[in-house]
Design a protein around this ligand. Structure first.
Ligand SMILES: [Zn+2]
Length: 192
């Protein structure tokens, strides 16, 4: 009888250790997967912001305030690319984000852009965040902050206003230094 009890106790302890081992292994695997997902997401953000910077350079060559934007679909496909053009097009609303949203909506044949991500080199103004809310964009990724008119957390934050019927996930500061450098160069040259 005692021997049986002892054997049962040992079996229980072994099972308990097995469970602990499996649990630890599962947690470690999950952490590893999460880390890889975060790393690949950060790499993806850098990649698309790099394309937005290329767009900003196009604006720079046209003597427009150099801001570029890219809209990316749910599967990572590029839906549109645009740069600032208010001066050359005599259109005060022709900010990079507005042009990119219009082009993506026209291209997809949908007045809304759910599950899309908009990358822009400078924190968007209130008009552009308003357009993003109308478009039902899922996520906004911006580069440099704009303390003077940024509406995604700097001057104000329209992405998380509770009375509006849509909220946008925001990541700021992606390749911020490269994004800001083009703007600094642009304004320095105009002043000098
Ligand atoms: Zn704007």
């Amino acid at each position: 009888m005692d021997t049986n009890h002892t054997l049962t106790g040992i079996a229980r302890r072994i099972n308990s250790r097995k469970r602990t081992f499996l649990y630890t292994k599962t947690v470690l695997l999950a952490i590893g997967m999460l880390r890889r997902q975060i790393e690949s997401s950060l790499q993806r953000d850098d990649f698309f912001m790099g394309l937005a910077i290329e767009e900003a350079e196009k604006g720079y060559r046209l003597a427009e305030v150099p801001v570029g934007a890219v809209v990316v679909g749910a599967d990572g496909q590029i839906l549109s690319r645009a740069h600032n053009k208010p001066i050359t097009s005599n259109d005060p609303t022709a900010h990079a984000e507005i042009l990119a949203i219009r082009s993506a909506a026209t291209g997809t044949g949908n007045y809304r852009l759910p599950e899309t991500v908009l990358y822009v080199t400078l924190e968007p103004c209130s008009m552009c965040v308003g357009a993003m809310i109308h478009a039902r964009l899922r996520r906004l990724v911006f580069g440099a902050r704009d303390p003077r008119s940024g509406a995604a957390g700097s001057l104000l934050d329209l992405t998380r206003v509770s009375c509006l019927n849509h909220r946008i996930d925001v990541t700021g500061g992606v390749l911020a230094e490269s994004c800001a450098e083009i703007l600094r160069r642009f304004f320095r040259e105009r002043r000098g």
